[in-house]
Design a protein around this ligand. Sequence first.
Ligand SMILES: NC(=O)c1ccc[n+]([C@@H]2O[C@H](COP(=O)([O-])OP(=O)(O)OC[C@H]3O[C@@H](n4cnc5c(N)ncnc54)[C@H](OP(=O)(O)O)[C@@H]3O)[C@@H](O)[C@H]2O)c1
Length: 302
Amino acid sequence: MDGKTFIITGGNSGLGYQCARNIALQSGSNNVVIASRNVEKSEAAVKQLVSETQNTGIYSLPLDLSSLQSVRSFAATFVSQKLPPLYGVVCNAISCGEKPAEDGFDMTFATGHLGHFLLANLLLKNMQDGRIIFVSSDQHNPPAFIAKIRYTDALEFARPNKYSHNTKYSFTKLCNIYCVYELSAKLRSETDKNITVNAFNPGFMADTGLAKPKNTAEKLLKQLAPLLARLLGMHSSAAISGKLLAEYMTNAKYEGITGKYFDRTKEIPSSELSYSKANAANLWKRSVELTRLQQQETVFII
Ligand SMILES: NC(=O)c1ccc[n+]([C@@H]2O[C@H](COP(=O)([O-])OP(=O)(O)OC[C@H]3O[C@@H](n4cnc5c(N)ncnc54)[C@H](OP(=O)(O)O)[C@@H]3O)[C@@H](O)[C@H]2O)c1
């Protein structure tokens, strides 16, 4: 089989779906794997994507990021499929439920950070050239009235905890950026791989599942949020940001650019806190411990 393969976590809806659609549209030789927990929904998404793009190289494989076992099974199944070389990984999915994840970790942290940390490590063995993008958010640096973000040790957020939904979400999105900076630096200093790693903020997208209000207060906020987002220049949609995200994965102009934070079309600095090398190193060390990452599972010395 010819071409390149791209994996998109949570590619069955929202931003991930639009990213998958645009990667599939860009070239008939691009293969796209939708990695999602809901098999039925993913199969329906694949059908829809094939019909919208006429690209027949679109597949779905089960991945539940809230289960480390599922992440390991996904990586093994992916390798057994013998698709064209893996070129791109879009770490996009997140689930913000109150229920702890399968391994007892906080659901937001487990799906948004830990599962992706493990996934990236497991897949790197199968990549020589390529791109990895972690979908973060401007909420990695929220205004104080939304969430107060501090970082002492990743363990404080790894277990189900007392923090609000917004705080957990912001912390996880901050972890995405630490992971990007650390992974990008490690790839450059410890391997000969030509793989770039960047973070992407899609802006506020009122048309995805994540933005669905869960209670009356959120319903009210939802009415205001698009207006506020427009006023603050943060407004977007799944279609607009999905297209941009696909560009970062495929466009030659981003070749070699690594360890950066992109706010939709622009590279901008991330928050001051996100540049703490000590925090990034702490997160990496804790993530190795929490995922029980084994030496044979990663290209890095652990
Ligand atoms: N919406 C916004 O305004 C906004 C703003 C900034 C950043 N973002 C970021 O954009 C990314 C995409 O979010 P979205 O807005 O497109 O939300 P979404 O529509 O809710 O999509 C989330 C995707 O993640 C999948 N998913 C959830 N839990 C999973 C798990 N345990 N294992 C595997 N897949 C799982 C969902 O699949 P199921 O069908 O199985 O639920 C769905 O496909 C997230 O990283 C989010 O933080 C969003």
